[in-house]
Write a protein that binds this ligand. Structure first.
Ligand code: ADP
Ligand code: ZN
Length: 637
């Protein structure tokens, strides 16, 4: 039976597809017509005096080919033209004939006529065409307006018809992944065992609701998947549908944001009614935070968002216990969601989808390399090790880039090098070997990167240096890469301070080697990172010296905001926060400088090696750093 439920909407979709096509073509034709009407050259006719026309018409060397008289209007076509270009008007005194406009060729025929017509104009009398030319004038104005009216009423009808499928022009629609589309199963979602465990319960509800009803259990209506972008929330929701073998309707919250007023709500209504018709089924709302953000003290959600959100809530509240529709929503900002959404009977089940750990990353990589030929010695495990912090989508992207790289290089199988190249491409952007650096820039970049590397190498709580390169990649001049030996969820204050110091290392090295005046723009992204991280440490992590264990959330639930700062703290506190942030970056700069001044020889050695080889790999770093020391001024503990 599952197939019969899926065929129905399929057919309907086709019907409304062709309706959409017809009306679309109709509108396009109208618009074209309007344009043609607007663009048709309304040839401008030059006014000439009648006496002038008459004398030229009677001159055997005159320039007039044809004269068309209609009513009082006289149109003149010149001998070298096909269309009239001049116009004249009859005045009151007598007929044209009386005034001297006579047809010189009248009564002639054959050879005589044609040789006469070469010299003198043909004179034609026409019934005045006022009515028709007026209609044409009106049409020219009316057509575009008509087209516009039709176009807009078409849009309005679309908005009101609540028909998801026929909103044309690339607008959002709920996509139906019926049971006949390639199913996603839990096995296609690598890792995230805990989330799968939670969701298998939902699958069971969908498969055998009776079992739960008999025991008086309330079937859940909404499940909220929370997790970073690309962690596989959509994939997970589709897997639930795939496992339960039910149709899957999806729409994204951000698509609502682009809609006309009122469309969002009607779209929601339509989506739910469609899902109910196809029950049991799943509705998936991606990026629900786009419509369901908090209505906070500072204004908050716009009216359109609110209408859309309210409609979602109304629909969910209206579910019967046996409606068989389960709504799965995804967000990466649970803290931003409107509380109304999280109440019992709505999205009261939360499933966290986390960034994959090392062994999960390996599993995800295996999934995405499954159908790609790889050399035997390819070590996915190594790739998994160095991709800490990457999401499933990032890993899928690396796998795809690796295949592309291999194809471009003409390899039959994907090699380790292809994978490394793909990883670096995805992490920082493609190599830009073509960017020419002059000798000075190269030297500056080499010292800059060597500065990062030496500071990072020397400081005790920094991750080890993985790779240094002065080949430009993406938007950076060069890269120094630090990789943690293993995944860690928490970083302590010493580790964070070492990150700040090594980020400063680039600019400080430039300063030591090239002097204070030669401040370049090469360090701007380093400085931005320092600013962001030190702010986070003070505001979110409670790591200031005089504000230890105090945090200053900006998006909290508190409904009180100081007017002067627009934040939930006073001006004085804001100043304190600023000074704490400055303390952190000043300290970082001092430590970096202490390290580099104590290790000038090492700095030179690393920079020279970079100038020579452009890239230094992890295994070659230790020998270059030999003799590096940690000066007391850079010690924290
Ligand atoms: P989200 O909805 O969380 O932003 P998606 O589900 O759209 O993420 O994931 C994007 C892509 O990343 C998926 O289509 C899939 O190819 C890949 N991906 C993400 N997580 C996983 C996973 N756990 N296992 C396999 N592939 C994954
Ligand atoms: Zn730098």
């Amino acid at each position: 039976m599952p197939n019969s439920t899926s065929k129905k909407p399929q057919k309907k979709q086709n019907a409304s597809n062709s309706a959409r096509l017809v009306s679309f073509v109709f509108v396009v034709i109208l618009i074209c017509l309007a344009f043609v009407a607007l663009l048709t050259p309304q040839t401008h006719l030059d006014e000439v005096p009648l006496s002038d026309v008459i004398s030229r018409a009677n001159d055997e060397n005159g320039d007039i080919k044809k004269i068309t008289v209609s009513g009082s209007e006289i149109k003149i076509t010149l001998k070298d033209k096909d269309q009239p270009t001049q116009v004249s008007r009859k005045d009151g005194s007598g007929t044209l004939y009386e005034q001297g406009l006579v047809n010189k060729c009248e009564g002639k025929s054959g050879e005589e006529l044609s040789s006469c017509q070469e010299k003198y104009p043909v004179i034609e009398y026409k019934e005045p065409t006022n009515i028709w030319s007026n209609i044409w004038d009106i049409a020219i104005i009316a057509l575009p307006i008509l087209a516009m009216i039709i176009f807009f009423s078409y849009l309005m009808r679309q908005a009101q018809s609540m028909n998801n499928q026929s909103m044309g022009f690339g607008k959002a629609k709920a996509k139906l992944y019926g049971p006949d589309k390639k199913k996603v199963k839990f096995e296609d979602v690598a890792g995230n065992e805990a989330a799968k465990q939670d969701l298998s319960e939902v699958v069971d509800f969908l498969k055998s609701p009776k079992k739960y009803e008999k025991l008086g259990a309330k079937i859940p209506r909404g499940v909220l998947l929370a997790g970073d972008p690309g962690t596989g929330k959509t994939l997970m929701a589709r897997a639930v549908a795939g496992e339960a073998n039910v149709p899957f309707f999806s729409i994204s919250g951000s698509e609502f944001a682009e809609m006309f007023v009122g469309v969002g709500a009607s779209r929601v209504r339509d989506l739910f009614s469609k899902a109910k018709k196809n029950a049991p089924s799943i509705i998936f709302i991606d990026e629900i935070d786009a419509v369901a953000h908090k209505r906070d003290a500072r204004g908050g959600a716009g009216r359109e968002d609110e209408q859309t959100l309210n409609q979602i809530l109304v629909e969910m509240d209206g579910f019967d216990n046996d409606s068989g529709v389960i709504v799965i929503a995804a967000t990466n900002r649970v803290d931003m969601l409107d509380k109304a959404l999280l109440r019992p009977g709505r999205f009261d089940r939360h499933v966290n989808v986390t960034l994959p750990e090392r062994k999960d990353r390996l599993e995800i990589l295996k999934v995405h390399f499954k159908n790609k030929p790889t050399e035997k010695n390819v070590k996915l495990d190594e790739l998994a090790a160095k991709t800490a912090g990457s999401s499933g989508a990032d890993l899928a992207n690396i796998a795809n880039e690796a295949a592309i790289t291999a194809a471009r290089e003409g390899h039959k199988e994907i090699t380790n090098n292809d994978i490394t190249e793909a990883f670096e491409r995805v992490a920082i952007g493609p190599e830009r070997k073509s960017k020419v650096m002059n000798d000075y820039e190269r030297k500056l970049t080499a010292y800059h990167e060597a500065g990062h590397a030496v500071v990072g190498h020397v400081l005790p709580d920094s991750d080890p240096v993985h790779k240094i390169t002065i080949i430009p990649r993406g938007r950076t001049g060069g890269v120094t890469w630090f990789l943690p030996p293993e995944d860690r969820s928490y970083k302590n204050i010493y580790e964070l301070k070492d990150i700040l110091a090594r980020a400063m290392g680039g600019r400080i090295a430039e300063k030591i080697v090239f002097g204070d005046d030669d401040v370049t723009t090469g360090a701007s992204s380093d400085l931005k990172n320092v600013a962001e991280l030190s702010k986070e440490m003070i505001v979110e992590e409670g790591m200031g010296t005089s504000t230890r264990n105090q945090v200053f959330p900006e998006n909290s639930d508190v409904s009180y905001y100081t007017i002067s700062t627009g934040k939930p703290y006073s001006e004085k506190t804001a100043e304190l926060i600023d000074s704490e942030i400055k303390k952190l970056s000043d300290e970082a700069a001092k430590r970096a400088e202490a390290v580099l001044k104590a290790n000038t020889k090492v700095l030179d050695r690393v920079a020279k090696a970079l100038l020579e080889n452009e890239t230094i790999e992890e295994e070659d770093i230790a020998p270059l750093m030999e003799g590096a020391v940690l000066p007391a001024a850079a010690k924290l503990h």
